[in-house]
Design a binder for this molecule. Sequence first.
Ligand SMILES: [Zn+2]
Length: 165
Amino acid sequence: MYKCSKCGQEFEDDELLVKRNKKKKEWTCIDCFENEEDFYWIKLYEVVCQVNKVDKLNIRQITQLKRMKKEDKLSFVQMYYCVLYMDLVDKISSSNEKDGIGLIPYVIDESNAFWRKKWQLEDDIENLELKQKETIIKTKVTFKKEKEKHDLNFDFLEGCEDDDK
Ligand SMILES: [Zn+2]
């Protein structure tokens, strides 16, 4: 469990949280950010560090990312998920681009399509599971009723046997 130190909200994973304070000990959730892009800038920074196995990005990398937002009109949210996607499909290691940042504008459409499809699929599965649960509950109720009937019949038979004696 991850808990936001500002609002106290709890989360199952750290997808919607970042460590924002200087000591990087406490989590802050996305809802506690005034601006979603500020949140995703931190997420993007972290994921680029992570895929490149470094603690910090250099000025060139930071400038490159910020320029993409301005010049290529990409949002940090999109870029964050794009880096996740590139890592997932091993795009960075198989390219000549060392840190993968330069690839973002070329991969962004593919990444957006991937996530859209994935989330749609997850929604569909969730709906399906809900429907299945409903069916299971209905089946259970029917089964219980039948069992009760059966028990009743059984008692009745037992009574008959006693009468025979
Ligand atoms: Zn919060």
